[in-house]
Design a protein around this ligand. Structure first.
Ligand SMILES: *[C@@H]1O[C@H](CO)[C@@H](O)[C@H](O)[C@H]1NC(C)=O
Ligand SMILES: *[C@@H]1O[C@H](CO)[C@@H](O)[C@H](O)[C@H]1NC(C)=O
Ligand SMILES: *[C@@H]1O[C@H](CO)[C@@H](O)[C@H](O)[C@H]1NC(C)=O
Ligand SMILES: *[C@@H]1O[C@H](CO)[C@@H](O)[C@H](O)[C@H]1NC(C)=O
Ligand SMILES: *[C@@H]1O[C@H](CO)[C@@H](O)[C@H](O)[C@H]1NC(C)=O
Length: 631
């Protein structure tokens, strides 16, 4: 404050010369700024050696009525504030005088400043000889407005409209004096032009404060959809200017569609039957136009811009067209796309009749229709035989019989693959393969599993018979398990070797009957005998249990062998001698036997005699030590 008074004093001195008409020199500021509801101080400085005899403050009403009204009177002793004025209770004046400087001051202080206080205040100073001088100050009131509020249009604004369209409005409340609104697009203020118009509406509220509305109209372009708009408010405050900004907003720009694009998902691989395909139509306009789809010229119903084809089939192949229709402009555009749904049909194998006679030839052809190049291969027991669609089977035998599989694949679409199995049967008398197995772990359990595999077509029927070896009486056959195989039937029984038994497996079909029999006996000896007979007479060969090998036995064996050789030499020389003498006729005995034996640590002795079949083969499986006839 003191600084202000000093400045004012200096100003007063400089003004002094100009105001020579007045006897009492009075100096005042032209303007005093104050915030609404604040406290205003209006100083009145005069030059007198003695304190002023009388000081009177007037106000001058704004507008037409230029008359003064006295609000305050002071005569050195008495202070009078005019009754009935709006200043009662709100004003006071502080007086001071400095004789050494011949200067005095009266400061009018107004509390709780109202907008109506914005007027001229006149200070009249009288000296002892009732000469006077006066000065005047305008009181300027300020009120900072509320934060400005921006609002964009809720509807889209079309670029096709000729005149600028309203895109946003801005409002600021309770400013005094009237604030100014400036619009910005991006970083740049918008100037009024052909394309940009602003409409401002200023209203004065009953309390005298201003509300400013500003509407922004622009001729929108497509690029405006990325632009940010906001408005800035500038307003005066005591001693300066301030500004605030609204938030930034986007506007929704509408522009017509000039192009539509169809796209397919999946787009990076071939489409096959069963796939789900999405066809999307996208326009470059906003809002999206109405889309309609056709497939090979037929109307399709679709939701909006997406066509969903679930579980497609080859009939979904063809040309898809998407057509847009813009409601705003009435224009329409289209795009089309070709879709191929690839397929692989079920396999057809010819001929369907696959029952052969032994020695027959058969050519199997495997075909599957596909929209793409295919690869065909034939398999048997998971082993690839040929890699083409024709399989030739020559000179059919039982080995030819079985399940063949044809596999068709599409290299460019690995998901497409078809399989088909073909049963090839070879007609003929059953061929029997017998396997027996004893439990290798539990030696006390004397069960033996006997498996009889009869190959042949028509499928042979297997009959088991059991009989006691000594009495020859039939023994009930245990439960039979059987199953079909590729080439025939498999039948299994489990026998408890508590006494010596003869087991007979017999297989029959319309081409003949084959049987194999086994002798099974309980034995503490480690022994297995396998006998194979080729004669239909069923020559029976038995091998007696043999002594197990011991380490010290080799010497004895060598000795026995030497003795035997000696005996044979003696016998040979005797026979030669007799032959030379003509006593021995030349000839052979009728029987030829052979025995194949093998020592092992088995508990059970098994003997086997073949029936009439030359194809009967015995497979021995004891303790997992198995020998096939081909070994
Ligand atoms: C508002 O605009 C008017 C007219 O252009 C100008 O005289 C005034 O100074 C402006 N107010 C502010 C706070 O900038
Ligand atoms: C797909 O379509 C085929 C015939 O077009 C039908 O047999 C199959 O069940 C369908 N699959 C699904 C998962 O709907
Ligand atoms: C057919 O197979 C039988 C037995 O396997 C054989 O004896 C015969 O020579 C074969 N015939 C031809 C033409 O290969
Ligand atoms: C015999 O067959 C039965 C039933 O299939 C099986 O549980 C058992 O382990 C077999 N025994 C032998 C010694 O293989
Ligand atoms: C086995 O049984 C069949 C009939 O089921 C019979 O004809 C055949 O003689 C029997 N074979 C032996 C060796 O007992």
């Amino acid at each position: 404050m003191t600084l202000r008074y000093i400045a004012l004093l200096i100003a007063g001195l400089s003004v002094f010369t100009c105001k020579t008409w007045a006897v009492v020199d009075v100096s005042m500021e032209d303007w005093v700024d104050v915030s609404l509801k604040g406290q205003a101080e209006i100083p009145c400085i005069y030059t007198l050696k003695e304190p002023a005899k009388m000081i009177v403050w007037f106000t001058k009403l704004p507008g037409r009525d230029q008359s003064r009204r006295r609000i305050y009177y002071y005569d050195g002793q008495k202070t009078v504030i005019e009754e009935g004025s709006e200043y009662v209770g709100r004003i006071k004046v502080t007086h001071s005088h400095e004789p050494q400087n011949a200067r005095g001051s009266a400061i009018l202080i107004i509390d709780n400043v109202q907008l109506s206080d914005q007027r001229e205040y006149i200070c009249t100073v009288y000296n002892v000889s009732t000469d006077s001088g006066e000065g005047r100050t305008r009181l300027q009131i300020f009120n900072s407005p509320s934060l400005p509020v921006i609002e964009g249009m809720h509807t889209g604004i079309s670029v096709t409209v000729e005149e600028p369209s309203k895109v946003a409005q801005c409002k600021v409340d309770d400013g005094y004096p009237r604030p100014n609104i400036t619009w910005y697009k991006g970083r740049f203020p918008l100037q009024q032009s052909e394309e940009v118009k602003t409409m401002e509406l200023v209203t004065t509220k009953p309390n005298g404060l201003f509300t400013v509305h500003s509407d922004l109209y622009i001729k929108v372009e497509k690029t405006d959809e990325d632009a940010l708009f906001y408005c800035e408010v500038k307003y005066f405050v005591p001693g300066g200017v301030r500004m605030t900004e609204t938030k930034k907003i986007n506007i929704t720009v509408h522009y017509p569609t000039t192009e539509v694009t169809l796209s397919v998902n999946p787009h990076d691989r071939l489409i096959k039957e069963g796939d789900t395909v999405k066809i999307r139509c996208v326009g470059n306009g906003k809002p999206p136009p109405i889309f309609s789809f056709t497939h090979n010229g037929d109307e399709l119903s679709s939701d909006e811009e997406m066509l969903l084809l679930d579980n497609v089939s080859r009939s979904n192949s063809g040309t898809y067209v998407c057509q847009s229709f813009d409601l705003d402009t009435g224009t329409s555009f289209e795009d089309s796309i070709n879709i191929t749904v690839h397929y692989l049909d079920h396999i057809v194998v010819t001929p369907e009749e696959t029952v052969l006679d032994q020695g027959d030839d058969l050519t199997l052809t495997c075909n599957a229709l596909s929209s793409l190049p295919t690869q065909t291969a034939w398999y048997k027991h998971d082993m690839q035989l040929v890699e083409r669609h024709v399989l030739e089977l020559n000179n059919a035998s039982y080995d030819t019989a079985g399940m063949y599989m044809c596999k068709v694949t599409v290299p460019s679409l690995p998901d497409l693959q078809e399989l088909k199995s073909v049963q090839v049967s070879v007609r003929g008398k059953p061929k029997l393969t017998v396997e027996m197995a004893a439990d290798p772990v539990n030696k006390a359990d004397r069960s033996v599993n006997l498996t009889c595999h009869a190959e042949g077509y028509p499928s042979p029927t297997i009959t088991w018979t059991l009989s006691d070896q000594w009495t020859g009486q039939p023994v009930p056959v245990p439960e039979v398990e059987s199953q079909k195989t590729d080439t025939g039937v498999l039948s299994m029984i489990s026998v408890r070797a508590t006494s010596k038994l003869t087991v007979n497996c017999s297989a029959a079909n319309e081409f003949g009957t084959v049987n194999v029999s086994h002798k099974i006996e309980a034995s503490a000896r480690v022994k297995t005998t396998t006998t194979q007979a080729t004669s239909t007479k069923g020559t029976r060969l038995t091998t007696s249990p043999k002594q197990p090998h011991t380490g010290s036995g080799s010497g004895v064996i060598i000795a026995v062998m030497i003795i035997c050789l000696l005996l044979i030499a003696i016998l040979g020389s005797m026979l030669y001698f007799l032959y030379k003498k003509g006593k021995l006729p030349c000839g052979r005995s009728g029987k030829q036997d052979f025995t194949k034996e093998k020592a092992s640590k088995d508990d059970i002795v098994m003997e086997m005699k073949s029936g009439k079949s030359e194809e009967a083969v015995l497979l021995q499986g004891v303790n997992g030590d198995r020998k096939s006839p081909t070994e």
